[in-house]
Ligand binder design. Structure first.
Ligand SMILES: NC(=O)c1ccc[n+]([C@@H]2O[C@H](COP(=O)([O-])OP(=O)(O)OC[C@H]3O[C@@H](n4cnc5c(N)ncnc54)[C@H](O)[C@@H]3O)[C@@H](O)[C@H]2O)c1
Length: 670
């Protein structure tokens, strides 16, 4: 399809004539059938909801088709409306429309649905099994049409994938405001999502899926590398010759062995699914596959003594690895787990002692037995981990709800106080105190021209800014600066781009602002085309998630969500091009509130003004909250931020002496 046809297709929105049905394309990865959740009356409601997008004279024909989809897939995707043009992030000037900002959003939406990027592109799922951009193809078509006709004095309002419409606003307001899965808290159980999603009234946006800010595996490789590197620093051990044991070679977990290699250790990663294991091997994300546990033991001993930098996939259950390494006295330095325990009963975690096929069969035909087996496995899994940690292994939860589900299964994972877990989450010990508390988080940008040379130029600009900043950085953040300079220098060589010309980099508020300012200047000088800024929601300020992003908050406020809500509101009136706020993401529906933004830099003076105001808030909001929770690094960071910006005045905590608190209670007792 040529550009003109593509533009016309976008502008027509919903086709006037019902298109022919599309055959299922078996070369594309499809979402599993969703669980049967609707009653007969609710199915009728789902159909009424779906048909309201179409003129009356089409209802009869479409009703039959949509009911068929509902029965077959558990959802109505409106598959016949999937466009025929190729789905990818086109150069920004190929999009039709009146607003450059709206075109930037179209580019990012198409990137999230690119077949090379999205997990289940036909079901509009970008990642994480259920991270949706839209609920159906009509929402996609209508949204693209609105974006193609809007001006810079309108804002498009998105309710969980549904474009409610264009509302008058003003030039520095966001062009799009996205909410995903926002429900009344008492109706936020997993089955509430299943039902509302099947009815077509809510969706799980994950983090960067429903906010159009996913950039493929690069983001996770970077974050995982930072975690593994800092994990070894935490235990004061060199990665060389040290052993990292974990599991999962899926969408995000697959980054672990690559990160292990970049860090320079020996990695063993168990995976039960032979197909995924083979793919990761072919992609070069793991070096070797071992199918026999005794062979694995022998291979690991050699790798440890030769101090090899190597990643080995064990095709089998992770519990077998932990148990066998205990019997054989193989010392594990760093241990974790990245099976999908946010989804334990539907394929996220496989029971030990069963083949992959037998487990899948049991899951579908005997779900209760499957649940029992999963719980038994979790108990064994935790017991084996406990034996290793007693011998000195450092184990951390990797944001996959391992400790939460293990505790629910009755495993021995609770701390003596019965409230906390025995082991930290990676945010508690690593990411929180070493990165987030200082404002370092996953800043990212996309070169909207689509030109690799623009990305190369922006890498050089970012590197020069960081090197300049590092000359004057306080000692507390020197390590982070050095890690990121090293990352950006190796980025081109590591060939991390999948989909749009994007880059991720951990930077603090000052770094983000200075890099963005330099980009805007380069755009103004004609050195590069427009640039879209954004970030992962897994960041300093955007996400309230008590078992992940905010797990290192100890003042009792980690179950509150003021920070994420304040963040999205604050970003929206400080110049973000689009903002989003979601219920659910990473750790499960009802377990987290997270938000993000996108911001177009076009080289203008206005963009320069807005980027400074917005990025400053976007990071310092979270530092202020982390500081108020008495986190040492954040207290340092917010005081430094106030010195740098006199208009910033934040309430800082005074720490009471323990002796006063203890004394007053013992006085009351006596
Ligand atoms: N720490 C982070 O930064 C971070 C980021 C994103 C996601 N996560 C969480 O990590 C988890 C994994 O994400 P993903 O996208 O890789 O999911 P995924 O479902 O694609 O991959 C998980 C893999 O684990 C395998 N597996 C399940 N049980 C196993 C067992 N007992 N032994 C061996 N292998 C087993 C599965 O076959 C699957 O391939 C999710 O819960 C996700 O929310 C963490």
């Amino acid at each position: 399809m040529n550009i003109l046809d593509f533009q016309q297709d976008i502008q027509q929105g919903i086709p006037a004539i019902i298109p022919a049905k599309k055959a299922i394309d078996s070369t594309v990865n499809h979402a599993p059938k969703r669980k049967e959740i609707l009653s007969l009356e609710e199915k009728k409601l789902a159909l009424r909801n779906a048909l309201r997008y179409f003129p009356k004279n089409q209802h009869e024909e479409l009703a039959e088709d949509f009911l068929n989809e509902l029965e077959t897939y558990g959802r109505i995707y409106m598959l016949r409306y999937r466009p025929d043009y190729k789905m990818y992030a086109r150069p920004i000037d190929e999009y039709p429309g009146k607003s450059l900002k709206a075109k930037a959003i179209m580019l990012m939406i198409q990137n999230n649905l690119d077949y090379a990027v999205a997990q289940h592109p036909h079901e509009l799922i970008t990642y994480g099994g259920n991270g949706a951009v839209f609920q159906n193809w009509i929402q996609y078509r209508l949204t693209m049409k609105y974006l193609s006709e809007m001006t810079d004095e309108q804002t498009l309002v998105m309710y969980s994938g549904h474009p409610m419409g264009l509302f008058p606003s003003h030039t520095s307001a966001p062009r799009v405001v996205v909410t995903n899965g926002m429900v009344i808290p008492n109706y936020s159980k997993p089955d509430d999502w299943e039902k509302m999603n099947a009815l077509g009234v809510s969706q799980y946006g994950q983090m960067t899926a429903g906010s159009y800010m996913y950039i493929g595996p690069q983001g996770i490789v970077h974050g995982t590398t930072i975690t593994v590197l800092n994990g070894f620093r935490k235990i004061k051990k060199s990665p060389t010759g040290s052993l990292f044991v974990t599991s999962g070679l899926g969408g995000m977990s697959g980054a672990q062995p690559k990160a292990g290699n970049i860090s320079g250790c020996v990695t063993v990663c168990a995976e039960v699914n032979p197909k995924i294991t083979k793919i990761r091997h072919e992609q070069g994300w793991i070096n070797e596959i071992c199918e026999d546990i005794d062979e694995l033991v022998a291979r690991v001993r050699v790798a440890q003594s030769n101090k090899e930098v190597i990643s080995i996939a064990y095709l089998g259950n992770i519990v077998d690895v932990w148990e066998k390494f205990d019997q054989e006295n193989i010392h594990i330095d760093l241990g974790s787990d990245q099976t999908s325990l946010h989804n334990p009963w539907a394929g996220g975690y496989y029971p030990v002692g069963q083949s992959f096929e037998a487990s899948n069969e049991m899951m579908a035909n005997n779900p209760e037995l499957f649940k029992t087996k999963v719980k038994e496995t979790l108990v064994r899994h935790a017991a084996a981990v406990n034996k290793h940690t007693a011998k000195g292994t450092y184990f951390f939860d990797y944001g996959n709800a391992f400790l939460l589900e293990a505790s629910r299964a009755g495993a021995d994972v609770m701390a003596p106080n019965g409230i906390d877990f025995k082991y930290p989450s990676y945010v508690q010990d690593i990411m929180g105190p070493m990165c987030f508390d200082y404002g370092f988080g996953p800043f990212r940008w996309v070169c909207a021209s689509g030109k690799p040379q623009d990305l190369q130029k922006t890498d050089d600009i970012a590197c020069a800014v960081l090197e300049e900043m590092m000359k004057h950085s306080p000692v507390e953040i020197q390590q982070q600066m050095a890690d990121n300079i090293q990352w950006i220098k190796g980025a081109q060589q590591n060939k991390l781009v999948v989909g749009s010309q994007a880059r991720i980099l951990y930077a603090d508020a000052e770094g983000r602002m200075r890099i963005a300012e330099a980009f805007n200047k380069a755009i103004a000088n004609g050195e590069v085309g427009p640039i879209i800024l954004g970030r992962d929601h897994h960041d300093v300020s955007g996400t309230d998630s008590p078992y992940r992003e905010t797990s290192n908050i100890y003042d009792g406020s980690r179950f509150t969500a003021d920070m994420a809500i304040q963040n999205v509101i604050g970003d929206s009136f400080r110049g973000a091009t689009w903002v989003s706020i979601h219920n659910g993401g990473g750790v499960g529906w009802g377990e987290v509130i997270n938000g993000g933004f996108g911001m177009l830099l076009d080289g203008s003076a206005e963009a320069d003004r807005l980027l400074k105001m917005m990025l400053h808030w976007d990071v310092n909001n979270g530092i202020a909250r982390r500081s108020w929770a008495r986190n040492e690094g954040a207290v340092f960071a917010i005081k430094r931020a106030m010195e740098m910006e006199p208009a910033l005045k934040v309430t800082v905590p005074e720490n009471v002496e323990d002796s006063i608190i203890e004394g007053i209670f013992s006085a009351v007792k006596s």
